[in-house]
Design a protein around this ligand. Structure first.
Ligand code: FEO
Ligand code: CA
Ligand code: CA
Length: 627
């Protein structure tokens, strides 16, 4: 399974090792090429009214920062490289839930770890997307546990083969936690034994619905009907429905499947999705369904969006195949002007696509919701260099695939309609105040002449598009405005809200757009939420070496962007080694909950302890609304 030390790697770094970058770049040549394209943003400004607004807005934002007239209710903080969390003056943070904290009174005591017994009664590892729900008087958080780090979670030597108990422990530490939280003496705490508390993990029964349910490719020996499945995995970003349920998004599911037979033939489509004979955690040694030489269809049952009712701990989670199968980042639901449900979604892989789903039925508050996430049309985004774009429908006519196959091999359907190859679409957020939406394109180290995605679609540097830069190490945020101010529309205009970069050491477009300054620079935007006032909260998952191209950027962080002025200010920095991911607010927006994933060192417990991914609460010391 391992020839290299993968134990501390983030999932993306691990994937890079398994699927190494082709020999593409002579870095000097790439930089030179990019510099000759000086004016990428300038040329966008010349195209279309939306782009012109962006150019003006960025200048205003820069001026506001230079004049010290920041529009945010906090003093931006500098970068940090230490091993703790920093927030602005007048704000405080505390942990709410750490890996290993008890959800139930029968949970094992955490002593720098735990065994398999009771590992499904505790808060899981590597927290990611989350949402807070008001259920009666209770505040209930649903939060993802994306993956595990075996050497921390099991204290396994690098070359050790996990035991069956080890594998079960890892299965229990991932998935989703649903937990009630309440104000305590020092912030917010888990309400142990709350009837809402629940762990959903890799063996939790759930059902498959939508066009792919029951398809022969979803049938296994344990489930010949192809409608029931155990577990949800690599739960990355999140979403919430208009009707108060939680959406958890299965991202890098490919890495969980392996083969005990190195000669086993890989079924069609496995290459496009990165499913190979090598798994990350060796599940296949103990569970035949993860062994592609025995149950090749099991992998077709992951890569979906799963709906969970946070108000009913006995409810069965539902995998909604109508929303497509790919490396789902998050699910940003909104509503079209005619009442149809719209869900924006990114496929986080280099050169893959952005999607949206539009239901056939309509939603009305308090009305029936059956079928709204089972019956609709998927679209993939195409961006043109003139500042316009279109959502191309994935239908049997446009793809040559039937509806079930569109939902199982969604990437191939996107390729069939010529969707735009993107720089790793991570979180999408819909504005709460303006008819627009945003997507973090986190970075793309491989974008270079000759690069394609696994389907052979060209993913070269494309000036004038949302993906203009070669060897894009910093990332950008694309914004689109649907025509007619209707998220149900099939056409839109677009611009770049920000192109991250380093104005100190970056050359040409690697310096970033005008609203990136020495005082707010960052790399790899990933998590994103828009608050009720329309401010854009941006979280990063990038290189925190603070060296070379990343000099001066410090640890990963959370910033707040103004949608109209373009101003961006740093609000929080995470501990060294960590990614800041997952954000929501309590009911009155006086407390923000923020996820800290894969911290390094000994955060948060200090000397002698293992690092523990945690959800923290951040609030203003005067109790006022945050932001
Ligand atoms: Fe799990 Fe694409 O982040
Ligand atoms: Ca992410
Ligand atoms: Ca990321």
């Amino acid at each position: 399974m391992k020839d290299i030390d993968t134990s501390h790697m983030s999932w993306d770094d691990w994937d890079e090792q398994i699927r190494p970058a082709p020999e593409v770049t002579d870095f000097d040549r790439v930089v030179e090429t990019a510099m000759t394209r000086r004016g990428v943003l300038g040329s966008l400004v010349a195209l279309g009214s939306g782009a012109a607004v962006m150019g003006t807005a960025m200048l205003k934002g820069t001026t506001a920062i230079a004049d010290g007239h920041a529009t945010f209710a906090f003093t931006p903080i500098p970068t940090f490289t230490d091993n703790t969390v920093h927030v602005p003056e007048g704000y405080t943070w505390r942990t709410v839930a750490r890996w290993g904290d008890a959800l139930f009174s029968g949970a094992p005591t955490f002593e720098n770890g735990h065994g398999v017994d009771g590992s499904d009664l505790i808060f899981g590892e590597n927290t990611d997307g989350m949402e807070l729900f008001r259920v009666g008087d209770a505040e209930v958080i649903a939060v993802n546990h994306e993956y595990v780090n075996p050497d921390i979670n099991l204290a396994l030597a690098d070359d050790a083969v996990p035991t069956a108990d080890d594998v079960m422990t890892l299965m229990n530490l991932q998935g989703v936690t649903v937990m009630e939280v309440a104000r305590g003496a020092e912030g917010y705490d888990i309400v142990v034994d709350s009837p809402f508390n629940r762990r959903i993990h890799h063996n939790t029964p759930m059902v498959l619905t939508g066009p792919a349910a029951g398809h022969p490719l979803l049938q296994t020996s344990a489930d010949p009907d192809g409608t029931e499945v155990l577990g949800t995995m690599n739960n990355c970003g999140s979403g919430r429905t208009l009707w108060g349920t939680y959406l958890t998004c299965e991202e890098n599911f490919n890495g969980y499947f392996g083969s005990t037979d190195a000669a086993a033939e890989l079924p069609e489509g496995f290459d496009r999705y990165g499913i190979s004979h090598d798994s990350r955690y060796a599940y296949e040694l103990y569970h035949a369904r993860y062994d592609i030489s025995q149950e090749p269809n099991e992998a077709h049952r992951f890569g979906y969006i799963v709906e969970i009712d946070p108000a009913d701990a006995s409810s069965t989670p539902v995998k909604r195949t109508a929303l497509g199968r790919f490396k789902h980042e998050n699910a940003a639901m909104t509503i079209a002007n005619d009442g149809r449900v719209v869900v924006y979604m990114g496929d986080d892989e280099r050169g893959e696509f952005m999607y949206k789903y539009v239901s056939n039925g309509t939603y009305a508050e308090g009305g029936p919701t059956d079928g709204l996430l089972d019956d609709g049309t998927l679209y993939a985004a195409h961006f043109s260099a003139d500042g316009t774009g279109e959502w191309r429908a994935l239908t049997p006519d446009t793809t040559g695939m039937d509806q079930a196959m569109i939902c199982i091999h969604t990437r191939m359907a996107g390729s069939a309609v010529g969707a735009t190859t993107m720089d790793r679409p991570e979180w999408i957020a819909v504005s709460t105040t303006l008819p627009e939406a945003y997507c973090c394109l986190t970075n793309n180290s491989r974008r270079a002449p000759g690069f394609t995605n696994a389907g052979g679609d060209a993913a070269e540097p494309a000036p004038g598009t949302p993906n203009p830069r070669a060897e894009n190490r910093y990332g950008q945020i694309v914004r689109w405005r649907p025509d007619g101010a209707d998220h149900g529309a099939e056409t839109f205009t677009w611009d770049l809200y920000v192109m991250a970069g380093n104005p100190v050491v970056g050359l040409g477009h690697y310096a970033g757009s005008d609203n990136v300054t020495e005082g707010n620079m960052f790399n790899s935007p990933d998590g994103m939420m828009v608050d009720s006032t329309g401010l854009i909260w941006i979280q990063t998952d990038g290189d925190d070496s603070n060296e070379g191209a990343f000099t001066g950027m410090g640890n990963n962080q959370m910033l707040i962007g103004h949608p109209e002025t373009g101003e961006i200010a740093r609000f929080l920095t995470g501990p060294s080694g960590s990614e800041v991911t997952g954000l929501m607010w309590n009911s009155d927006r006086t407390v923000a909950f923020v996820g800290i994933q894969h911290p390094g060192g000994t955060w948060p417990d200090g000397e002698g302890s293992v690092p523990r991914s945690s959800v923290i609460a951040v609030w203003r010391e005067d109790g006022a609304v945050i932001g």
